[in-house]
Design a protein around this ligand. Structure first.
Ligand code: PA5
Length: 439
């Protein structure tokens, strides 16, 4: 992985942040800062290794026994798995005959979505991985209730038990109680690992293994990059340089970071990244707003704003050096589409020129550009990207002066929703919200 900042800033500017980033990194690795009871992710690539063979065995059982595996979870309890699976599997995996298919639920409350999911599963042999650290989150709890009943009705209680795995807190929460009572297989989310930092725990590893990916290689990449990001000196440390560059841009008024890819398979990696940075930094009325775009697709919708709209953006491009497959543009004797100038070129050559052309145009338009280059879309490269972004996020959060490991703001909507739904224990809030909306 290579990080390039020269189209956004220069080394003299970044050196001014050397001490600040190094101090923030020390705060992180020594565990002396706010939220230091949530630093378990720093050790995950190594610490989780003793669970890998068990995870693989569970994955194999589900793979053999299921045509479809439904991953139930929201936020950090599904985004990491979906990001890795989408980046590494075929874009058309859902249309292929290969099983198991991985689908998701509990990440929304759409009635049509749940209806259509249940219809699709009606004649399928399916299994469920239910993931919730708290074990009390409404969206996954609701989806799990529906799917558990459906599975028991379709397959019987015994077979359902074989095909349900729960990943949750060791002791607390409704999901733990339910899993214990029903005798389900479980994995633990350790207390010191928050949802958005949990992709390299069973939360991400089990679904990723179920999709047939090599979780050892993912962890190898993650471990190597974690070593670099926690030990290398400033000028050789991509996480420190990235944290320095983005904070320097933020302090100059660039309040929005647009994470950009030129491969649609990376769409959910951006979604994972948005949660990681948004929930970690967006507090106390501060923080870079993390946004994302898929290019060239979104150049035909968002490109105008990026080029000429308000100048509060900087862009971070994830560039993939080599595609995994080869497609060459054919010659056409009639050349009615005028594309013979591309004949004989690989499609990726066209994509790369679109990428370079876009970066240069946006730089000319006043959008500073950071570049992250990865060699290929494979497990090792994605593992490296994960620990690079996680470490840089912890450092950035401390530079901003916030606790990067809590998310107090997520509770506000839940309180209102529970009050509106008359959840027991919310009687006072129900009365207050009724009064408010009656005016
Ligand atoms: O990062 C976080 O902590 C959150 O996004 C959670 O992952 C999300 O709210 C789901 O919570 P839980 O796993 O407790 O159901």
């Amino acid at each position: 992985m290579r990080f390039t900042y020269s189209y956004a800033t220069d080394i003299e500017t970044l050196r001014k942040y050397k001490e600040e980033t190094e101090n923030a990194l020390q705060t992180l690795v020594k565990g002396t800062g706010a939220g230091n009871d949530f630093l378990g992710w720093l050790g995950l690539p190594k610490d989780i290794r003793n669970q890998v063979s068990g995870i693989k065995m569970t994955a194999e059982r589900l793979r053999k026994g299921c045509e479809v595996i439904v991953c139930v979870g929201i936020g950090g309890s599904y985004l990491g798995a979906k990001a890795v699976i989408d980046a590494l599997q075929s874009s058309f995996a859902q249309l292929e005959a290969k099983t198991p298919q991985i689908v998701y639920a509990g990440n929304n409350i759409g009635e049509d979505y749940l209806y259509e999911l249940q219809e699709m599963l009606r004649h399928k042999k399916f299994g469920i991985i239910c993931i919730s650290k708290s074990g009390t989150t409404t969206e996954p709890a609701l989806a799990f209730r529906l799917l558990k009943q459906q599975l028991e009705n379709q397959a019987g209680k015994e077979a359902a038990r074989e095909r349900i795995v729960c990943i949750t807190d060791a002791k607390r929460g409704a999901l733990r109680t339910l899993a214990t009572n029903e005798g389900y297989d479980t994995y633990v989310i350790e207390d010191n690992i928050g949802g958005r930092f949990s992709v390299l725990s069973p939360v991400g590893l089990l679904p990723i293994a179920c999709a047939g990916m090599d979780i050892d290689a993912l962890l190898d990449g993650a471990e190597k990059m974690m070593d670099t990001c926690t030990t290398a000196d400033f000028e050789n440390n991509p996480a420190l340089l990235y944290a320095a560059a983005r904070n320097s841009l933020y302090r100059k008024g660039k309040k929005i970071e647009l994470l950009v890819n030129f491969h649609p398979k990376l769409h959910y990696l951006s979604e994972w990244w948005k949660q990681l940075y948004g929930e970690s930094e967006g507090k106390e009325n501060k923080g870079i707003f993390p946004a994302s775009a898929d290019f060239t697709t979104d150049l035909h919708s968002m490109g105008q704003y990026v080029q000429e709209g308000e100048r509060l953006l900087f862009e971070t491009v994830i560039s993939v050096e080599k595609p995994n497959n080869k497609v060459v543009v054919p010659t056409d004797a009639a050349n009615l589409d005028g594309l013979n100038f591309l004949a004989g070129k690989r499609v990726d050559e066209v994509n790369k020129m679109a990428e370079l052309g876009t970066r240069l145009a946006h730089i000319d338009g006043g959008v500073p550009n950071l570049l992250i280059e990865i060699p290929q879309l494979n497990e090792e490269a994605i593992g490296k990207l994960i620990t690079f972004f996680e470490t840089a996020c912890g450092v950035s959060g401390y530079m901003l002066g916030v606790n990067p490991f809590n998310q107090p703001g997520v509770e506000a909507y839940k309180k209102n929703m529970f009050a509106l739904l008359h959840k027991p224990g919310y009687e006072k809030e129900t009365a207050a919200i009724k009064e408010r909306i009656s005016k």
